[in-house]
Design a protein around this ligand. Structure first.
Ligand code: NI
Ligand code: MN
Length: 226
């Protein structure tokens, strides 16, 4: 699977012929100035929570592509008010879409939309088909609930975890999260965008390597093949 990084927590991947875009925050991010939002293809927009640094370009990409928003009930309702299609979910629930099964899982964080509307509970997504399974954690602290993922979902092939600290877990806790979710290949996100989340790349990779895990830190615009 090819996973393209648009900076911060924003990714694109294609699964069973459908384009999935996660947490689009591109046009306000100077580090993502090389990404053309109007060229992004999306059949689905997966939104982990309502903060500006996860939803900024969702309306534009959604309208350009007539994409379906998958998120909490509250966030989906907000986007439906902007004439986007949506599929609402909540913690612990799963649904079989035309690209694969999505389980909406727990995240410890907060969630309010840019205009102050309550965003419901923040979440993450575990997504799988018969060939592959991955976890997009969204913004979260390390939580014991992550141990429920290997107990209730297929074995993970890779996971996208926040590692930038301050607003989410840092890389030390994220390396423990990789153990909790029983996953050896981690793509880091939510790092280096702002001074609060700048990290030492080599130190982060070393912490993961110390636990027998591989940490991939993609450059903005880079496509990683897993
Ligand atoms: Ni957030
Ligand atoms: Mn964030």
């Amino acid at each position: 699977m090819k996973v393209t990084y648009y900076g911060h927590s924003s990714f694109h991947l294609e699964m069973n012929g459908k384009n999935l875009v996660f947490d689009p925050f591109i046009s306000p991010n100077p580090k993502a100035s090389g990404i053309d939002v109007d060229k992004i293809k999306a059949d689905y927009l997966l939104i982990s929570h309502g903060h500006e640094d996860h939803v900024a370009d969702a309306e534009k990409i959604g309208k350009n592509n007539s994409a379906t928003v998958i998120s909490s009930f509250e966030i989906v309702s907000w986007f439906e008010g902007k004439s986007l299609k949506g599929h609402p979910m909540n913690h612990g629930g799963k649904w079989k879409f035309d690209f694969g099964t999505v389980k909406y899982v727990y995240a410890t964080h907060s969630s309010v939309l840019p205009d102050g509307t309550y965003g419901g509970n923040p979440g993450g997504f575990v997504i799988w088909d018969e060939n592959l399974c991955f976890y997009f954690a969204g913004d979260t602290a390390l939580t014991m609930d992550m141990k429920l993922i290997p107990a209730t979902c297929p074995k993970l092939d890779f996971a996208i975890l926040p590692i930038g600290d301050n607003f989410t877990m840092g890389y030390e806790d994220a390396a423990i999260a990789a153990e909790f979710i029983e996953c050896d290949t981690i793509i880091g996100c939510h790092f280096d965008t702002f001074p609060y989340v700048e990290i030492d790349h080599e130190a982060a990779k070393k912490v993961f390597a110390g636990r027998g895990k591989r940490l991939i830190l993609p450059a903005v615009g880079e496509t990683v093949t897993i």
